[in-house]
Design a protein around this ligand. Structure first.
Ligand code: PHE
Length: 337
């Protein structure tokens, strides 16, 4: 190869390089350890002495040229590749963007907020009490004797530290009496836990709202008024209710407020266990022993209390036929609200 040819050829090859990989290969071919220039310089000895000098000048000149030409070419190749990529990508400015998926409140939260709203307007405090609770507030203070079936291992999740998961929001009753100065009215919504088998109408984890009012004179009629207001506000339709005697150690007298099952309209379904009625609000007048546990004098103070099964309320409201859906975390269910 004539010495002028190598220079021409190198420049032609360099101009034809289109990719970075090709450029690296080109660089190796000329400037690498076994490249044409390096080898050419090593081979000078074999040339006739009169050609050596000229050849050396040429090769060194080519090397200098390439050392500045290659980085320039590299920048150009990169720029062209980016340009080609940009031209091949179609960006349609009129396409709708990807919207963020916004969450929304869970049906339990929606109903709880409505209940809080209604009661706050009627002057009730909304209190928040612990889910991990002491035996005292969950049982002892509520006049639940040591051998009561509610304390049975089967109903309660006991914690290793001697506390337990509250089995009902009634655990807040005596806390409220100690915390709020009577006369007062309060509700305390929250999650409760029971160690029991689950079915369509029972879950080990569910939500209640406790209502509690303390004053000098309290009546069942007064309690009924608040319960009715609550039902109408949340269920937003007329319904048939019944009140029947019920036993709870912390109320006397105690009642169960049942509503006609709104899932089946009273015909019978898994939610109402085919009875047509759903227990929704156990209630009663606060037992004097409970008032005493709250460090108040039962001769001066009376109270009423109800425990609303909020999970059941949500089921009635939205006609949900399995309580386990509420905490199951299945988005196909939750997204319907
Ligand atoms: N705490 C009781 C339960 O969960 C319900 C209840 C509350 C009964 C208030 C009477 C008064 O079963």
């Amino acid at each position: 190869m004539e010495h002028t040819d190598i220079f021409k050829q190198a420049m032609q090859e360099l101009a034809a390089v289109r990719t970075i990989q090709d450029l690296h290969a080109f660089e190796a071919r000329y400037l690498g350890r076994k490249g044409l220039i390096t080898m050419g310089l090593k081979g000078l000895k074999k040339l006739p002495p009169d050609q050596r000098k000229q050849r050396a000048i040429e090769l060194n000149g080519l090397r200098k040229e390439l050392e500045s030409a290659i980085p320039k070419r590299e920048a150009e190749v990169i720029r062209r590749q980016a340009q080609a990529q940009a031209e091949n990508e179609h960006f349609d400015i009129s396409m709708p963007g990807i919207t963020n998926r916004a969450g929304h409140a869970h049906p339990l939260t929606l109903v709880q907020q409505e209940i809080m709203d209604v009661f706050e307007r009627m002057g009730f405090y909304v209190m928040d009490y612990p889910e991990a609770e002491s035996d005292f507030f969950n049982f002892e203070a509520l006049n639940i004797p040591k051998d009561h079936p509610a304390r049975d291992m089967q109903d309660t999740f006991f914690l290793e530290d001697g506390n337990l998961l509250r089995t009902h929001t009634s655990a807040g009753q005596v806390r409220a009496m100690m915390e709020l100065k009577p006369p007062f009215a309060a509700i305390f919504p929250g999650r409760v836990y029971r160690y029991e088998a689950t079915d369509a109408s029972h879950d080990h984890t569910f939500d209640q709202v406790e209502g509690l009012m303390l004053d000098h004179r309290i009546s069942v009629a007064n309690m009924l008024y608040y319960m009715q207001t609550l039902l109408e506000a949340v269920l937003k339709r007329s319904m048939t209710v019944r009140l029947r005697p019920g036993y709870f150690p912390f109320v006397e007298p105690g009642f169960e407020l049942d509503i006609q099952c709104m899932v089946c309209g009273g015909k019978g379904c898994p939610v109402c266990k085919y009875s047509g009625w759903v227990e929704l609000m156990p209630c009663g007048l606060v037992h004097p022993n409970v008032i005493r546990a709250g460090k108040l004098d039962p001769a001066q103070w009376q109270g009423w209390a109800f425990g609303l099964g909020m999970s059941r309320m949500v089921m009635m409201r939205y006609e949900i036929d399995d309580i386990r859906l509420l905490t199951g975390g299945d988005l196909r269910f939750i997204e319907q609200f």
